[in-house]
Ligand binder design. Structure first.
Ligand code: ZN
Length: 231
C-alpha cells in the first residue's frame, strides 16, 4: 500500500512539476514576444489567427457547441487577397496567447477599421462560419475558448479606442504584439489592462461572467513591462 502511495505521490509531483514548467515556459515566451518586435514578427509567420468582425468572433456550429476556427498565415493572406486587401492588414493583429508547443495565437478584426472593413457576409460564406456576438455564444463555447475570445475582444477593443494620443492628439503606433501603443510625438506609452475573472465551476461561468476591464491608459515608464492579466 505504502509502495503504491509512494508511486502515486511521485507521479503526482512529476505532473505538477511538468505543468508548472510548461506554464513558466509559456509565460516567458509570451513575455519575449510582447517585448521583442522581431521575435513576434517571426512567430506571426508561423502563428494562427482568430478572426473577428466588429468585435464578434468567427464561429462554426458543431451540434450544440460552437467551434472556433483558426487560420494559418497562408490561409489568412489568401483570404485577404480574395477581398482585395493587402497582407499589410495582418499588422493590425494582436497576440493573445500561445500553445505549449510555442505556436503563437493572434486575433485580427476585419470590421473595425471602417476604411478597409471587409464585408461580413462574404467572409462568412467564404469561411463557412458566422461572426456571432460573444455574449450570445458564451454558453455554447468551452470555458477555454470563451476565456481566450473575451481576452482577444477586449484587447482589440482597447486598440480600437486608443488610436490617438490623449495628450497630443497624434496617432499612436502599436508594437507588433499589441502589448502597447506608443505616441511618436511625445513618447507616451499606453498599456492595455485586460482582466478576465472567471468562476471555478463551468456552470457558474456561464451565468456569472464578471467581465470588467479598465480603460485607463496611464503612461508608464517604458522599462515597466505590463503583461496582460489573465486568470
Ligand atoms: Zn502624444
Amino acid at each position: 500500500m505504502s509502495l503504491y502511495c509512494g508511486t502515486v505521490c511521485r507521479r503526482k509531483s512529476f505532473w505538477c512539476y511538468r505543468l508548472l514548467s510548461t506554464y513558466v515556459n509559456k509565460t516567458r515566451y509570451l513575455f519575449e514576444l510582447k517585448e521583442d518586435d522581431e521575435a513576434c514578427r517571426k512567430a506571426r509567420q508561423a502563428g494562427v489567427f482568430y478572426l473577428f468582425h466588429d468585435l464578434a468572433p468567427l464561429l462554426q456550429t458543431s451540434g450544440r457547441q460552437y467551434l472556433v476556427p483558426r487560420l494559418s498565415r497562408a490561409e489568412l493572406e489568401r483570404l485577404l487577397g480574395k477581398f482585395g486587401q493587402d497582407s499589410q492588414r495582418i499588422e493590425d493583429s494582436v497576440l493573445i496567447g500561445c500553445s505549449n508547443e510555442r505556436e503563437a495565437w493572434f486575433a485580427l478584426d476585419l470590421g473595425l477599421s471602417s476604411a478597409s472593413s471587409i464585408h461580413k457576409p462574404e467572409v462568412e460564406a467564404e469561411l463557412g462560419g458566422s461572426f456571432i456576438s460573444l455574449r450570445r455564444a458564451v454558453s455554447q463555447l468551452s470555458s477555454m475558448d470563451s476565456s481566450l475570445l473575451f481576452t482577444a475582444r477586449a484587447l482589440l477593443r482597447w486598440h480600437d479606442g486608443h488610436q490617438f494620443c490623449s495628450k497630443s492628439g497624434q496617432p499612436t503606433k502599436k508594437n507588433v504584439a499589441g502589448s502597447k501603443r506608443v505616441c511618436p510625438s511625445n513618447n507616451i506609452i499606453y498599456y492595455p489592462q485586460v482582466k478576465v475573472w472567471k468562476r471555478p465551476s463551468g456552470e457558474k461561468l456561464q451565468k456569472r461572467w464578471a467581465w470588467k476591464w479598465k480603460t485607463y491608459s496611464t503612461p508608464r515608464p517604458s522599462t515597466g513591462p505590463f503583461p496582460i492579466a489573465r486568470s
